[in-house]
Design a binder for this molecule. Sequence first.
Ligand code: GLA
Length: 405
Amino acid sequence: MSVMKKLGLLFLLFVPVLVHSQTVAPTPPMGWMSWNYFGENVNEKELKEMANSMVGNGMVKAGYNFIFIDDGWQGGRDKKNSMIADPVKFPSGIKALADFMHERGIKLGIYSDAAQLTCAGYTASLGFEEQDAKTFAEWGIDYLKYDYCHAPVDSSTAKIRYKAMADALKKSGREIIFGVCEWGDRQPWHWAAEAGGQLWRTTHDVRDKWKMRPTEKWGLGILDILDTNAELHEFSGPGKWNDADMLIAGLYGKKGPSGDGGGTGCTDTEYQTQFSLWAMMNSPLYATNDLRTMNEATKRILLNAEVIALNQDALGKQAVRKIKNDTWNVFLKPLANGDYALAILNRSDTGQSFRISFSELGLKDTYNLRDLWMHRTIGKRKKWNGTVEAHETKLFRLTVSGSGS
Ligand code: GLA
């Protein structure tokens, strides 16, 4: 073989590996985020307890390998203008906490804002992007959620401010995933990836509720966020994810930010629906409930490995909503091995029967059908019919099977 041919072969072999390894966040990030339950009362003692629970209950093994510290950790700046953590909440400092997490196979996320103050009024990063990025890198931070409170409303300023921090993170010498959090107000799906973000929130904050009531002026529930996020599938892919905000499974209307705005709690069926659809839409999966006291129903939801596998699938295609009416939503998601994931949501307040031929979705074959909540293989099918309870989502994996009914 000529030298040129050998070089060509090497190029073909290694370039895909290099390109792949360069994708930051090739699958949606997963973990536990402090905000929705603990709010500003975030501290190293409880974060360590949460991490230990995450290891002990199998979450880390299941893929939840991040703890994300949200707003409220900051203690201002030192004499050299470097960010410091609140010494009462974090007496050992963030670096020690990052070491603790890394020893347990957990990465650490942190939070700041593209203005002088964060949403909850703490020190933020505008004008200190490079210095803060360097501090985060020195501490061993692996993810930055970058909020947009107290910043001008126009899109061009947002793009400039997000790019400034993304560039600073790239220069910091550490791979730090960058989460854009301007709540979808400036359609970040059009510009956040180019600015340097790997994911972007598509809506305002989730509350612990099914949907906004007609009398309410604010407070988004599961269905409200679903209806925005589902339409954005074309913008999502490896390293550029639509972020539909935190999972509310296990909160049951307990106090905390997600209890505001009419967040009086959901049923386990509704939490199961959120988890199913967030997985189908490749949203990051951030639990936010108290992992130390989690009940069996919540564990069954958050630890469903077959559902997590849809979210973490290497193809990285967000599900498309193929059927959309007041009662039924049907989502289809192609998977890396040629399988499909199919979700059937009953939005109505009563259990109803549903029937679908897979050919209506453009699927011409016979499929081996597996129910991912029952963990049961149903058999070879060209269609499905059955009852879906109020607010329930049925989730199936379809594998081409060649022959059958
Ligand atoms: C905003 C974000 C939330 C949370 C709070 C913290 O509301 O959207 O997710 O980070 O700020 O103050």
